[in-house]
Design a protein around this ligand. Structure first.
Ligand code: ADP
Ligand code: ZN
Length: 608
């Protein structure tokens, strides 16, 4: 099919008038029978890469998906757009499965979502040719790798399908892939000379912020209260914290529920469903709440605790703003959390595992404390550079931290390390060093005679916290370092030594301010519209969704609703122009929404 044909199909079925980056290339390759490996960030529009080819050609598209909830969601979404799709998994009765099979043999469906274990049942692969399978899409393809975070052994057998489907292209899609996972996907799925596509991992519609963690529960409650009507996730480390934060939110008038692996599966499913259907506004969760969350209108992701790695942090924050509208990511950080986590790591039995965990934590701490662009630090982790800075969407770019002449402070700090090393045969940790600088009177200082040093008490102009922050910045600048053994001690680096001798001026950054900025930046993806009308349209959407027992976003995405509230279409023709309105949704839903807009106009005219 030619470009015009694909675009027409895109508008007719899904209501979009252009492709997202790489979608068109991927779709064209799949349609010409090539294997494809697609690495697109969350919200990048992966589904469309196999859904459009499914409609552009005859026959059936198989979609392998790891989660039952996701299958149902995608099938409902397709059906709402008038696409005939179905799924097969263990939740169906024998009766229902049979009925769906009959439909498959009659060629009634364009897409079949299927769990890998169902697909590989004895006898099933042999029957695929009869079903006229023309394309196999493997969603969440990282599940095939033990190195990924959601390993599914059943994914390993998928390559055995190939002999049964000669000439049928395989398309593997994921949002997670370190090189090792990527290699596993290509090899273990036996992709043949695949075309590989990698989109930028930048999420321009997300804003990243760090706030100093002080009274975290109150901070979270206040933050959520200041963002009324928005849905979000609060990630916590412990099950107990998910429960207590949810409780405090409820006490503060916010509908919130906890989610963690210790809850009954039925309770967890119910919570997830309530969240998807906008019936509960906030879920306080451990990382167990993850892959199943394809809710497009998650507006914020808060981290109550320090994540264990940048990769995990990126995945978790990535659940905000799937729909392309602005999303806020806030991490509450205290160095006490870092210390706590280090202690956890020391309890791990395997030294190699410890080493990796320490390194990952160090990167995370660096991210949290750095005064550089957050987005730049995140993307550098994935090997991406050349970003426009200031990025316009992180705290450090929006409100650059105050800088000061830190020459004297750095001299005091570094020479104190030097003197301590000279005086004792052992190194000391950050706490002790800061106590020496500030002239504290402690047992250890007296015992070791550190009160006799020339650097004892020379740093009384800064508080202990300030010295800690100065110390951490000097570590980041590479002038000194913290050893990674059990009791980490400070030492000068060769650069630090050289700097002490040269005494060049040095600029340092003041610690973060604890007052968050509340006004929102103008961030990519924002659609300005009348908020009152938007609220009314949202209520209508929820009624329509409840009648059909589907999540509201199946009817229309928030993006469509905001465009609707901005453009206020009065006719079907105008309504059809909205992004996300294809033929089927125009027919099914334009009536009630156009009426609601008309009613609102009258209402507003009366008021003015
Ligand atoms: P992913 O699976 O990569 O996270 P999805 O397939 O769920 O992303 O798509 C994210 C959102 O983007 C969905 O709401 C989808 O309808 C929308 N979308 C996909 N392709 C386009 C497009 N070409 N134009 C506008 N919106 C799109
Ligand atoms: Zn930035």
């Amino acid at each position: 099919m030619k470009r015009e044909g694909l675009l027409a199909l895109l508008k007719k079925t899904f209501g979009y008038s252009s492709f997202r980056p790489l979608q068109e290339e991927i779709i064209t390759d799949v349609l010409s029978g090539l294997d494809v490996f697609a690495l697109l960030p969350t919200g990048g529009g992966k589904s469309l890469c196999f859904q459009l080819p499914a409609l552009a050609q005859e026959g059936l598209t198989l979609v392998v998906s790891p989660l039952i909830a996701l299958m149902k969601d995608q099938v409902e979404g397709l059906q709402a757009s008038g696409v005939s799709a179905t799924f097969l998994n263990s939740t169906l009765s024998a009766e229902e499965s049979k009925a769906r099979f009959r439909g498959l043999y009659r060629g009634e469906y364009r897409l079949l979502y299927i769990a890998p274990e169902r697909l590989m049942l004895p006898g099933f692969p042999e029957r695929l040719q009869e079903l006229k399978v023309r394309q196999v899409a493997i969603d969440e393809a990282h599940c095939i790798s033990e190195w990924g975070h959601d390993f599914r052994p059943e994914y390993r057998q998928l390559a055995e399908l190939r002999p049964h489907l000669p000439g049928v292209p395989f398309i593997a899609l994921t949002a997670t892939a370190t090189p090792r996972v990527q290699e596993d996907i290509v090899r273990l799925l036996a992709l043949q000379e695949p075309r590989c596509y990698t989109a930028s991992f930048n999420r321009p519609n997300l804003t990243y912020r760090i706030l100093p963690k002080d009274k975290p529960t109150e901070q979270v409650v206040r933050w959520v209260q200041e963002h009324p009507d928005e849905c979000g996730i609060v990630y916590c480390h412990s099950r107990k914290a998910t429960e207590s934060v949810a409780e405090k939110l409820r006490a503060g008038g916010v509908s919130a529920l906890p989610y963690h692996a210790g809850l009954e599966p039925a309770v967890r499913d119910k919570t997830q469903e309530r969240f998807l259907k906008d019936k509960v506004r906030v879920v306080c969760a451990t990382v167990a709440f993850g892959m199943g969350v394809h809710k497009p209108n998650v507006r914020f992701v808060l981290h109550f605790d320090l994540p264990k790695s940048i990769e995990g942090y990126y995945q978790e924050t990535g659940r905000a703003g799937r729909d392309g509208l602005p999303g806020e990511c806030v991490l509450f950080f205290s160095s006490a959390d870092a210390v706590k986590q280090r202690a956890f790591i020391e309890e791990k039995p395997d030294p190699e595992e410890q080493r990796i965990a320490r390194e990952q934590l160090q990167q995370m701490i660096h991210y949290a404390e750095s005064s550089e662009c957050r987005r730049e630090t995140l993307l550098a982790y994935f090997g991406e550079t050349h970003l426009n800075i200031p990025c316009g969407g992180c705290d450090n770019c929006l409100e650059p931290r105050e800088r000061f002449d830190g020459t004297v402070a750095a001299q005091k700090f570094l020479s104190c390390i030097f003197r301590l090393r000279q005086a004792s045969s052992f190194g000391v940790g950050m706490n002790h060093l800061v106590e020496v600088l500030t002239g504290a009177v402690t047992e250890k200082i007296r015992k070791w005679g550190h009160d006799k040093l020339s650097t004892y008490g020379i740093g009384k102009e800064h508080s202990r916290n300030e010295w800690q922050s100065i110390g951490r910045e000097l570590i980041r600048l590479g002038l000194c370092r913290q050893t990674v053994e059990r009791m980490s001690t400070l030492e000068l680096s060769p650069e630090g030594m050289a700097w002490l001798k040269s005494r060049q001026p040095l600029t340092l950054t003041r610690p973060m301010r604890s007052v968050p900025r509340l006004n929102r930046p103008k961030i990519e993806g924002d659609i300005v519209c009348d908020e009152v009308l938007f609220g009314q349209l949202r209520t209508l959407r929820r009624e329509l969704a409840d009648e059909r027992n589907v999540p509201p976003y199946i009817i229309f995405a928030d993006v469509t609703l905001r465009h609707m509230a901005a453009r206020q279409p009065a006719t079907e023709e105008e309504f059809a122009e909205l992004p996300g309105v294809g033929e089927r949704k125009l027919r099914d839903f334009s009536g009630p929404f156009i009426e609601a807009i008309a009613r609102w106009r009258v209402q507003r005219a009366r008021q003015s």
